[in-house]
Ligand binder design. Structure first.
Ligand code: PBG
Length: 330
C-alpha cells in the first residue's frame, strides 16, 4: 500500500473538482484504436438483413459490405472480424465448406483487401461451426469432438484464409495444439507475417446465444460445447491455456466473453504482459442495447463498460458497438 497522506491534508475530491483535472489524472482512456468490429456476411445480392437476436446489427451481402466498411475505415477502427451465415443446404457433418476457396468468407476477404488495402485489418475466425450440420466447432464422431483430426482441417482453413489475404487468423475452436500447427504451416507456406490471435480463453457460455442465431448455428447445435470450451467456474486454468498458446506462437490472446470475465483478463495481463483482447459477445451486446432502448440504462453505459476492459488490462475489445460509438470517442 502506498501511503498518500491523511484527511484533512488529503482530500481526494480535489483532483475530481473540474473536468480538466479529471482528464489530467485519468488512468485509462478508450479510443477508436481499441475497437474491433465484427461483421456478419450473407450470400446473395443487395442484402442488409436484420438479425432478430441482435438489434441494430445486420448481415451484409458482399456487394453492400462497403456500407459498413466505409464507416469503419472513416472511424479509424483498426480491424474487422468476419463471420459468415451459411445456408444449411451447404452444411454437412464435416463442415467441408470451410475449405472451399470460393466460400463467402474467402470472397469477402478478397473484396475487402482489394478495395481497402491496408487501411483496415481483417481478422477471420478459424473453426468449423458455421459449416457443420451439428453446429460444433470440430468434427463430431460418436458423440465426441475429435481434437487432432479437427486441427488438421483448421490448418487448411487457416492457409486458405491467409492465401486470400487475411491479415489475422483467429482460431476460436478451443482444440488443443492448433496454434502450433497453424503457425508452423503458415510459416512453411511463406505466410510468416500473418498474425495469430488465439481465442485462448474461451468459456462455454450462454452469452453466445444471439451470435449463434446470427450465423445460423443455434437451432442445429447438438448438445453443448463444454468438452472443449472452458468451464466458467475456473480462472487458474486460463493461465495454462494462455501459456500453451503463447509458446505455440500466438501473437495476441483473446478472453471471451467479456464483462463477466474481467478478473480473467486482469489475471492474464498481469501474468503474461502480452497483448490481450476482450470479446464483448453477442449476449452482452443485446442486453445492453435493449436496456438502453427501453430507457433502463443510459447510452453512456456503453463507454463505461468498454473502459472497464481497458482498466482490467485489455489492449482492445471486439464489440458490436464499435461503429455506433466511434464518434463519441473523438
Ligand atoms: C464460434 C464463435 C462463437 C462466437 C465467436 N466465434 C460462438 C460459439 O463458440 O458458439 C461468439 C461471439 C458472440 O457471441 O458474439 N467459433
Amino acid at each position: 500500500m502506498i501511503i498518500t497522506g491523511k484527511y484533512p491534508n488529503l482530500r481526494l475530491r480535489r483532483n475530481r473538482n473540474s473536468d480538466w483535472s479529471r482528464r489530467l489524472v485519468r488512468e485509462n482512456t478508450l479510443s477508436v484504436n481499441d475497437l474491433i468490429l465484427p461483421i456478419f456476411l450473407i450470400e446473395g445480392k443487395n442484402k442488409r438483413q436484420s438479425i432478430k437476436s441482435m438489434p441494430n446489427v445486420y448481415r451484409y451481402s458482399i456487394d453492400r459490405l462497403s456500407e459498413i466498411l466505409d464507416k469503419a475505415v472513416s472511424n479509424k477502427i483498426p480491424m474487422v472480424a468476419l463471420f459468415p451465415y451459411t445456408n444449411s443446404s451447404i452444411k454437412n457433418n464435416q463442415g467441408t465448406e470451410s475449405l472451399n476457396e470460393d466460400n463467402l468468407v474467402c470472397r469477402a476477404i478478397k473484396y475487402i483487401k482489394k478495395k481497402y488495402k491496408n487501411s483496415i485489418g481483417v481478422m477471420c475466425d478459424v473453426a468449423l461451426d458455421p459449416y457443420t450440420s451439428h453446429g460444433h466447432d470440430g468434427l463430431l464422431y460418436k458423440g465426441n469432438i475429435l481434437n487432432d483430426e479437427t486441427v488438421k482441417i483448421l490448418v487448411q482453413q487457416s492457409l486458405i484464409q491467409a492465401q486470400m489475404g487475411c491479415d489475422v487468423i483467429s482460431p476460436s475452436d478451443m482444440m488443443d495444439g492448433r496454434i502450433g500447427e497453424i503457425r508452423k504451416n503458415l510459416d512453411k507456406n511463406n505466410f510468416k507475417n500473418v498474425q495469430i490471435i488465439s481465442y485462448a480463453v474461451k468459456y462455454a457460455s450462454s452469452f453466445y446465444g444471439p451470435f449463434r442465431n446470427a450465423v445460423g448455428s443455434k437451432s442445429l447445435l447438438k448438445g453443448d460445447k463444454k468438452t472443449y470450451q472452458m468451464d466458467y467456474s475456473n480462472s487458474l486454468e486460463s493461465l495454462r491455456e494462455v501459456a500453451l498458446d503463447v509458446k505455440e506462437g500466438a501473437d495476441m490472446v483473446m478472453v471471451k466473453p467479456g464483462m463477466p470475465y474481467l478478473d480473467v483478463i486482469k489475471m492474464v495481463k498481469d501474468n503474461f504482459k502480452i497483448p490481450v483482447l476482450a470479446y464483448q459477445v453477442s449476449g452482452e451486446y443485446s442486453l445492453i442495447y435493449n436496456g438502453i432502448n427501453k430507457g433502463i440504462i443510459d447510452k453512456s453505459t456503453i463507454i463505461e463498460i468498454l473502459t472497464s476492459f481497458k482498466r482490467a488490462g485489455a489492449n482492445a475489445v471486439v464489440t458490436y458497438f464499435a461503429n455506433q460509438i466511434a464518434k463519441d470517442l473523438k
